[in-house]
Ligand binder design. Structure first.
Ligand SMILES: Nc1ccn([C@@H]2O[C@H](COP(=O)(O)OP(=O)(O)OP(=O)(O)O)[C@@H](O)[C@H]2O)c(=O)n1
Ligand SMILES: C[C@](O)(CO)[C@H](O)COP(=O)(O)O
Length: 226
């Protein structure tokens, strides 16, 4: 069985504060998104990748990967969940993975673990255990509570579900005006209980300026270990 990956890549990278969307920042000799797409397209069980692009994006088409035979594009939306919904419209496989364009350090080992766990139930997501003590602060930045961190995880991507179920859950969540920041939150709202799969902590989402150097370090470390 093979799968499709939807890659939301329509963000503007506000927190990065760069002069271009962060998915097009230079990283280890390529553009960031090229690393992400290469890892997805090179996995033996991925038959197609659908990239959701910002309507104003006229750069992606200039990349060699844009003409990859197993890559399709679609229009992104104002919110990540909408971009994912648009991507799902081009998915024909029974199961779909959703992976942030901004996560270039994903490994095939983590993809294999996720696929095995997802197929065994209601779907699954990659995550990494919280390592620090977690605090909740009020609007003024004063600590109001220490959050119990046992069984607390960072949700990562890819997140993998049956395509029809995810479509339905996202549609319902968006219609209800729910805050859907990842696919699992829509599935949870639909009453599902996706499996959390422990993934590598180097599968970071490049979000702020300091993340670029970290991603470069992780990519070089992974290359040395390959
Ligand atoms: N309307 C949106 C917003 C985000 N994304 C994508 O979703 C992923 C995770 O989003 P995030 O890290 O928040 O990216 P940005 O929205 O670009 O970052 P910021 O919130 O700092 O602007 C990214 O690959 C981004 O391109 C998307 O496809 N459509
Ligand atoms: C999907 C995600 O990467 C899981 O942690 C995260 O929710 C994306 O959030 P963002 O605000 O769109 O970066």
């Amino acid at each position: 069985m093979t799968f499709t990956v939807v890659v939301p890549a329509a963000g503007v990278g506000r927190r990065m504060g760069a002069d271009c969307p962060k998915q097009y920042l230079p990283l280890a000799g390529k553009f960031l998104i090229e690393h992400t797409l290469e890892r997805l397209l090179n996995h033996p069980r991925i038959e197609r990748v659908v990239v959701a692009l910002n309507p104003a994006d006229d750069f992606f088409a200039t990349l060699p990967v844009a003409s990859h035979p197993r890559l399709r594009t679609t229009l992104g939306a104002d919110e990540r969940a909408g971009s994912v919904m648009n991507g799902l419209a081009r998915v024909e496989t029974e199961w779909v993975l959703v992976h942030d364009a901004a996560r270039p350090c994903l490994t095939h080992g983590d993809m294999d673990k996720l696929i095995q766990a997802a197929l065994a139930g209601d779907g699954a997501i990659l995550g990494s255990r919280v390592r620090d003590t977690m605090k909740r602060a009020d609007a003024a930045g004063h600590i109001v509570a220490t959050v119990e961190r046992d069984h607390l995880w960072h949700a990562l991507t890819p997140q993998m579900f049956r395509t029809a179920e995810l479509r339905q859950a996202l549609l319902a969540g968006l219609h209800a005006g729910a805050s859907i920041t990842d696919e699992a939150s829509a599935m949870e709202l639909a009453g599902k209980s996706p499996k959390m799969v422990e993934g590598r902590a180097d599968n970071i989402k490049v979000t702020r300026p300091e993340d670029i150097a970290l991603a470069a370090l992780f990519l070089s470390q992974q290359e040395q270990l390959a």
